[in-house]
Design a protein around this ligand. Structure first.
Ligand code: URP
Ligand code: ZN
Ligand code: ZN
Ligand code: ZN
Length: 519
């Protein structure tokens, strides 16, 4: 007779935390529009109170946290990750567990990952596959964008299902990866039109895939096979042309457009020009931690492993003035968000491209270090004030993808995704101590001010005293409803898009003092 195993009593997941009531006192709260001193009371993952201690009777059995001399900020939102993505015959080593654990360790409490259907694959089937990978593993909340990797009537029909039934409001189209994901202009126009009719958000990977294909052939036949060939085949103007074209195509059909991973000065300038031309209506841009904290001189490093570890698309730029320039665009609201494009591969994967740069799997780390890089290169360097830091690491992504104010804000009723940030402490980034599954960190050795000393994910304390204690599967899928008011109210003329950042208060000496690009 078979003996049946003893039934295990399951503890509901929200009780895995020893405390579901937390009181944070003496902190300095920073939202995107203002900062102020207040205490916070959290119950069952939701912020129940924000105000002076005199206005609340804290119940017993509450975990009290003293945040004196610290900033209390909304958890980071990384709008661009690729956990366990299949790319170039490999699978990204940061899966939804390691990737979200690394995110939380660095102060990011929500990620938006990409469902990328194969050519000919149903969007719904791909979505189900990604949900099945993510749901049991995620340590923080997450949402999805869906890639429009091929175009047909059935794809167009499934986009409606995505929006109306599956909680997806954004679609990414590729202008590069010829023969794989690339759409041509007429397909792009149709996709933009469809997205507009669904009140959704268009995203583009902006690089001219036809030019890249030609350059790759030229370089390989001239004997250029090393990682430097990656950037040489897709230089700045190849990205800038596609940014400009995407903005015009989207504008023709009045579709809101979010350009992902803007990596170069030239592409940033094209985006800023389009925003001016269209009076800040409907065009938004993201840059990456990698673009702010590293550069393309690494492609010329004598060690193949080092150079190949920096390969992503669009590439980092050899012009060493790029990172500060991109930070300036963020400060001036020419760019709105920072992502990581976290898509990590190990030495043995990157080595597939040892004798041909086109075979190097694309992708870098960033989900863990994004917040620290933006603080160090932005706030510590004097280019961003703390409010703008919150805007570009959290709030703007929440607004653009319609997660606001559930996410991206410290306010009563919002999810208790909170980071206690010590602006004076420093940490040194290293692959020896990071929480990624990968064997390389493109920010190795960088000393960053700004340490996430405590991280709460929907009220659960996940980082404390330098220890990361996440719970696999604790994260939830968050629906992103269509018609984000932040985009559509402006597009439909219901509110004016401000030249300034919509009534935010800023430190005059920082963002306010920076000159807008003279275009
Ligand atoms: O190099 C990158 N970015 N890899 C992931 C795919 C993409 O284009 O976002
Ligand atoms: Zn991309
Ligand atoms: Zn990407
Ligand atoms: Zn602002």
């Amino acid at each position: 007779m078979a003996t049946s195993p003893k039934p295990v009593k399951k503890v509901p997941i929200h009780l895995q935390s020893s405390q579901n009531r937390v009181y944070i006192k003496n902190g300095h709260i920073v939202n995107h529009d203002k900062s102020f001193k207040a205490d916070i009371y959290i119950e069952d993952g939701i912020i129940k109170f924000v105000g002076p201690a005199t206005d609340i009777n804290v119940p017993g059995g509450v975990r009290i946290v003293d945040a004196a001399n610290k900033l209390v900020i909304p958890g980071g939102i990384d709008p661009h990750t690729h956990m366990q993505l299949k790319f170039g015959g490999c699978v990204a080593v940061d899966d939804f567990y390691h990737g979200t654990k690394a995110a939380v360790a660095g102060g990011t409490t929500t990620i938006i990952d990409f469902v990328l259907p194969e050519k000919g694959e149903s969007l719904v089937e791909a979505y189900d596959k990604w949900r099945a990978w993510a749901d049991p593993k995620v340590c923080c909340d997450y949402a999805f964008h869906v890639g429009i990797t091929w175009w047909s009537k059935s794809v167009s029909e499934e986009m409606k299902i995505m929006c109306e039934e599956l909680g997806v409001n954004s679609f990414k189209m590729f202008m590069a990866y010829k023969g794989l994901y690339q759409l041509n202009d007429s397909e792009l126009l149709e996709a933009f039109e469809r997205i507009r009719s669904l009140n959704a958000v268009a995203q583009v990977h902006a690089e001219n895939g036809d030019i890249i294909a030609k350059n790759v052939q030229k370089l390989l036949s001239a004997g250029v096979t090393g990682p430097e060939g990656h950037e040489l085949s897709r230089q700045e103007e190849v990205e800038a042309e596609a940014v400009n074209r995407a903005c015009i195509l989207a504008h023709q059909v009045d579709c809101p457009l979010y350009v992902v991973h803007v990596m170069s000065k030239s592409a940033g300038i094209e985006l800023a020009r389009a925003r001016r031309r269209y009076k800040n209506r409907g065009i938004y841009g993201e840059t990456l931690a990698a673009a702010l904290g590293s550069d393309g001189t690494n492609y010329y490093h004598q060690c193949f492993q080092h150079a190949a570890a920096h390969v992503l698309s669009p590439p980092l730029r050899p012009d060493p003035t790029t990172p500060a320039f991109m930070m300036n665009l963020l400060a001036n609201d020419d760019l709105q968000t920072t992502g990581s494009d976290n898509c990590t591969f190990n030495k043995e994967h990157k080595e597939l491209g040892k004798s041909d740069f086109t075979k190097i799997p694309n992708g870098v780390n960033g989900v863990e270090d994004r917040m620290s890089i933006v603080w160090e290169k932005g706030v510590h360097a004097g280019l961003l004030d703390p409010c703008r830091f919150v805007a570009v690491t959290s709030t703007n992504a929440a607004k653009i993808f319609n997660l606001f104010p559930q996410k991206g804000r410290i306010a009563v009723g919002s999810d208790a995704d909170i980071v206690i940030w010590n602006p004076n402490a420093t940490r040194t980034i290293s692959k020896e101590t990071h929480h990624h599954a990968c064997d390389f960190n493109i920010f190795e050795g960088m000393v960053c001010h700004g340490v996430p000393e405590m991280v709460l994910v929907r009220g659960r304390i996940c980082v404390e005293d330098g220890t990361v204690r996440v719970a696999e599967g604790y994260g939830r899928f968050v629906n992103t409803p269509t018609r984000p008011p932040y985009l559509y109210d402006v597009l439909e003329g219901k509110v004016q898009a401000n030249e300034e950042h919509n009534g935010e208060e800023h430190d005059e000496h920082l963002n306010g003092g920076l000159k807008k690009l003279d275009l």
